[in-house]
Ligand binder design. Structure first.
Ligand code: PGA
Length: 268
């Protein structure tokens, strides 16, 4: 796991945007895994800026989002489809028919819908780069604590902590879904590269458990310890409980030197 600590959230987003731009510029048929939540919004803003400046095209990109709520449809302002349209898709040249979310409409069987999503990812050639946030409880996607580390796309019941954390986004009398479809942990681990962004003090404990804790279903993000190419981008607040901060900085400096000599090598 490569841990990179930045001064602030803006630098985290800038670095993440560089990774995405590299993928889109290098790979003729990029497959991008996308996340919702507050954390990736500034990444999406930077991608939109790059696109508007003529530096980045999403024309050949296929995207797969991590998760989607059950019980509300795409037109609902709380749906993750709506979030993605508002924050990214409506502002770039992506072919909207190649943007996928793990949906399950009323009356559809979540078991078969999960399987279908897995097949769609496979047919697209697998995810090249998966963007991730992390919940204060260590979840990735909506893989809540106790999720199987071998899980695949499926229906998931949200924990009370996640419902509380996300309640800020819902009006007082608005329906807040308690169920979601989410890529599983094994689905996420299949991505060729994983880029996790975490900012703010509220994520510090989850980040510590993910990076330095035992591999455990109680902290689903700790499964990333098993990933060959997991990059964790943190601001200082989110990194504040990590004991090895000096080492991460030192290792990052070495990587920059190697990149300067040999160029970036990502197997995109
Ligand atoms: P946040 O959510 O970016 O809104 O903090 C992250 C997550 O729950 O994965």
């Amino acid at each position: 796991m490569q841990v990179i600590i930045f001064d602030d959230a803006q630098h985290v987003a800038t670095h993440a945007a560089e990774w995405v731009a590299e993928l889109l510029n290098k790979n003729p048929k990029p497959v991008l895994g996308l996340a919702t939540g507050s954390t990736p919004i500034s990444l999406y803003q930077q991608l939109v800026n790059k696109h508007q400046a003529g530096q980045l095209s999403f024309k050949n990109t296929t995207s797969f989002n991590l998760d989607e709520y059950l019980g509300i449809d795409a037109s609902n302002a709380q749906s993750y489809r709506h979030f993605m349209n508002e924050n990214l898709f409506d502002h770039v040249d992506i072919d909207i028919s190649k943007t996928f979310l793990p949906t399950c409409a009323q009356g559809e069987n979540p078991r078969t819908q999960g399987l279908k999503y897995e097949q769609q990812i496979k047919q697209a050639g697998g995810v090249d780069l998966q963007i991730l946030g992390i919940g204060a409880n260590g979840h990735i996607g909506f893989n809540e604590p106790t999720s199987s580390l071998a899980s695949r796309t499926r229906i998931k019941t949200l924990t009370q902590q996640t419902l509380n954390d996300n309640s800020r986004l819902f009006d007082k009398n608005e329906f807040q879904p308690t169920l979601a479809m989410t890529m599983g942990i094994a689905t996420i681990l299949d991505a060729r590269y994983v880029l996790l962004m975490a900012t703010g003090e509220s994520k510090a404990k989850a980040v510590k458990d993910m990076v330095a804790g035992p591999l455990s279903a109680i902290c689903p993000a700790s499964a990333l310890q098993m990933h060959e190419n997991a990059i964790v981008l943190l601001d200082k607040a989110a990194a504040s409980q990590l004991e090895e901060q000096e080492y991460y900085q030192w290792a990052h400096d070495q990587n920059i030197m190697i990149n300067q000599e040999f160029g970036l090598y990502h197997n995109y």
